[in-house]
Design a protein. Structure first.
Length: 342
């Protein structure tokens, strides 16, 4: 194996890690059974982090030693606005305090891992890569303290299959995580197999495992299914648009409150020249709770421009440029399109 190939392989692997981290940030940050307290659990599972922050602060004011409230406050500080550097730093400090006060509470370590993963999205690639080991150790510790943690097991497995071996990656370790719960947590094992198949680019195997999953009402599992489906559909969109369409239709049926299926379907019909149909799906998608996770306004601008409606296109591009969570690549394209309309 020559040096250029090694360099190319390492660069590709690092890019895969960053893609994985980006996908983690797009999940809406739902976790499975983080808290024993039903009120805290209900708020975090619904991604109601403003309410979670208020409740956690109230609980800590009444009892500074409330471990779950401490972890909840860290998660809330992290996810109310995941691109606010000051809040992210505050979330990191809160997670550190939680661990110092409650070193054997898994939720504290989970909060630290979630915060670090989110911080890594805003770092340069070199700095983010230096943080991969710390992120891995945080998930390992969470899983040691709570072997039933869906989030810790799945996120650790995803890191193992994407990071290069020199940074601690190991497909065999990911398979071990899957095998350990194959009998006791079959759906957790299956979603890990989905990610292993994706990393191997075994799309048919990935589809088979994905379609067999039963999401139920669990926010974390639904998020994993959503993300994996979007990844697979994007691959199919290149050469098998009918398969991509089927996957997007499934998301629309099973997760109708998510923008994902509607946004994805707009891509299919837009590629077929059905601009009005694309607009219909995009307008529906932009009303849903996770709309900011997709470049919907950017695609709306393109669709309206294709119809010759410059006023609507300009408004859509402007809205997209105001989205703090927008992908930098899409921002540049939207900015260029908007400048041509002015």
């Amino acid at each position: 194996m020559n040096i250029p190939f090694q360099t190319s392989r390492r660069t590709a692997s690092i890019s895969a890690v960053m893609t994985t981290l980006t996908l983690l940030g797009a999940l809406g940050t739902a976790q499975a059974a983080v808290f024993k307290d039903p009120q805290l659990e209900s708020l975090q599972d619904a991604n109601k982090y403003v309410d979670l922050e208020q409740l956690a602060q109230s609980r800590l004011k009444a009892n500074a030693g409330d471990a779950e409230a401490s972890a909840a406050l860290s998660l809330a500080l992290t996810f109310v606005d995941p691109v606010d550097a000051k809040r992210l730093d505050a979330g990191a400090r809160q997670a550190k305090l939680c661990i110092e006060q409650h070193p054997l509470i898994a939720a504290c370590h989970l909060a630290a891992a979630q915060n670090l993963g989110t911080q890594m999205l805003n770092m340069g690639m070199a700095k983010a890569m230096r943080s991969v080991g710390s992120l891995k150790e945080a998930w390992i510790r969470t899983l040691e303290l709570d072997p039933n943690s869906f989030t810790a097991r799945v996120e650790l497995a995803k890191l193992y299959v994407t990071v290069p071996g020199m940074l601690g990656g190991s497909v065999s370790k990911a398979r071990d995580l899957e095998a350990a719960v194959r009998g006791s947590q079959p759906e957790t094992a299956r979603i890990i197999r989905v990610h292993i198949a994706a990393d191997d680019k075994k799309w048919a195997e990935m589809e088979s495992e994905l379609l067999a999953l039963k999401p139920g009402k669990d926010g974390a599992m639904r998020g994993e299914i959503r993300t994996a489906t979007m990844q697979l559909a994007k691959e199919y969109l290149k050469d098998s648009p009918a398969k991509a369409k089927s996957l997007y239709e499934r998301l629309q049926r099973e997760q109708p409150t998510s923008a994902s299926g509607f946004y994805g379907m707009s891509r299919v019909v837009a590629a077929q020249g059905q601009t009005d149909e694309a607009l219909r799906h995009l307008e529906r998608a932009r009303t849903l709770s996770d709309a900011d996770e997709y470049p919907i306004e950017h695609r709306l601008g393109d669709a309206y421009l294709a119809k010759g409606d410059k006023a609507q296109a300009k408004a859509a591009y402007t809205r997209y440029l105001a989205n703090k969570r927008a992908n930098p690549a899409n921002l540049e394209s939207a900015r260029k399109s908007l400048s041509q309309l002015n």
